[in-house]
Design a protein around this ligand. Structure first.
Ligand SMILES: [Zn+2]
Length: 245
């Protein structure tokens, strides 16, 4: 067997191994993941769907009070987020997403692209198809995915203890049934209500400020003494007076 294949294998190697750079770029492809596989190293200046997929995974690393744009353009904000992600996991922190960074992401995500410690099901106890909100079902689900990656970053930063999720997406009828606000972010899929868990409400609300949540509501804010609400929002609104926020 070895003799029979020796010549074809050598021919294949000489054809494929052209430069060291080509070899290095092959790593992410070989680490294929059922959710998404990156096919090239990404650094500042890159653009495309692969950049957008990366931005979703590092959305929880924008820095205090910031929100990372999920726009497919690898700018300074994306570089900083990738660097923080790398630092969080003890990788070489150069802000360039290559095989080590992608390998860590593969290890952190499930086959449906959710981070390993959060699920679509726990972010929707309203209905099964994400319909009936203020955006399309696909958009609501995509928004929830970004919030899950933010929560994964927050969970890791808080010692990898479980974060208690009480719900997320609501259709208009679900929102009305629980007396939610008319413009509630739950209608968009990106809001998540958190239980106290082992961390406690105030630690969760305070930590959330580092992970891309423009809306944080907690103890001391009307109706939020028994949970912490985190969500995306175009402009910042944080209020948890009992937690110093
Ligand atoms: Zn809420």
């Amino acid at each position: 067997m070895k003799l029979r294949f020796a010549l074809p294998v050598l021919a294949l190697l000489s054809a494929v191994v052209v430069t060291p750079a080509a070899t290095a770029q092959a790593d992410p492809v070989q680490a294929a993941d059922a959710c998404y596989t990156w096919g090239r190293t990404l650094s500042q200046g890159a653009s495309g769907e692969d950049v957008r997929q990366l931005q979703i995974r590092v959305a929880g690393y924008p820095g205090y009070g910031a929100v990372l744009a999920i726009d497919g353009q690898f700018g300074a904000g994306t570089k900083a987020a990738v660097t923080r992600f790398q630092q969080a996991y003890g990788l070489g922190a150069d802000g360039i997403a290559g095989s080590a960074t992608f390998s860590k992401i593969y290890a952190l995500q499930d086959n449906d692209c959710t981070p390993v410690n959060f699920t679509y099901d726990e972010l929707n106890n309203c209905n099964s198809d994400w319909s009936g909100g203020n955006v399309s079902a696909a958009t609501a689900r995509a928004n929830a995915l970004v919030s899950m990656w933010k929560l994964q970053a927050m969970r890791h930063a808080m010692g990898d203890r479980p974060i208690d999720v009480n719900g997320g997406f609501r259709s208009v009828s679900c929102n009305n049934a629980v007396g939610g606000a008319a413009g509630s972010r739950h209608l968009y899929g990106d809001a998540v209500d958190l239980g106290a868990g082992p961390q406690g409400f105030c630690a969760l609300a305070q930590q959330a400020r580092n992970h891309g949540f423009n809306e944080i509501l907690g103890p001391g804010y009307t109706g939020h003494n028994d949970h912490v609400h985190v969500a995306h929002k175009s402009s910042r609104f944080w209020s948890a007076p009992n937690c110093g926020i």
